[in-house]
Write a protein that binds this ligand. Structure first.
Ligand SMILES: [Zn+2]
Length: 111
């Protein structure tokens, strides 16, 4: 049974596919996520396909890179820059009912 979930940015230039539906979604209130207003689902990097032209934002300790469509600007995902095995997918870009899973709110706005 194919359980892949697909998505794209607003203009369609960047496509994203995950191997299974999110188990839950996380609303993070860190300094960057609250500005992006992303909702994240976490996956092993190998379970996520991100294709198309993206620009990358890297800051602070430089262990993550945030990928946004270079045309429409939608934030698609963050990927680790080192050996960290997981990445975050912005569920808002997926063809997926966000209300069908548990919402986890990370209140820590200090990072
Ligand atoms: Zn786009």
């Amino acid at each position: 049974m194919v359980r892949e979930v697909h998505g794209s940015c607003h203009c369609g230039a960047v496509k994203i596919t995950v191997t299974r539906p999110p188990a839950d979604v996380t609303e993070c209130h860190c300094t960057i996520c609250r500005r992006y207003a992303g909702l994240w689902a976490y996956y092993p990097v190998k379970d996520v396909s991100l294709t198309g032209p993206t620009e990358v934002y890297i800051w602070g300790r430089k262990y993550l890179e945030y990928h946004r469509c270079s045309n429409c600007g939608c934030v698609m995902a963050w990927l680790p820059r080192g050996e960290y095995p997981e990445c975050g997918v912005n569920v808002r870009m997926l063809d997926f009912d966000i209300n069908s899973v548990k919402l986890i709110v990370e209140e820590d706005a200090s990072v």
